[in-house]
Design a protein. Sequence first.
Length: 89
Amino acid sequence: MNQEQLAALLRTLLQFAGGIAVGYGWIDTDTAATLTGALVTLIVTVWGLYARRNAGLVAAAAALPAVKTILAAPETAQAVPSPKVRPSE
């Protein structure tokens, strides 16, 4: 699942939950829309930071069929479970 798909799924689930909360009178529609936007932004930002850490970027590159070998720092190579990723000397 990529970041755009994750954002769309989260937005839909939060809108659904917001609709229920509005239906029960717990919050108004403006608050539901504001909370949905804020939560989606926060969650997608955290996910983006996690996915873009060194090991995440190397793992994403190793998953590409065109990539044959990646030389990485020993700690990064150990963090990525791929035979394509090898520690640099």
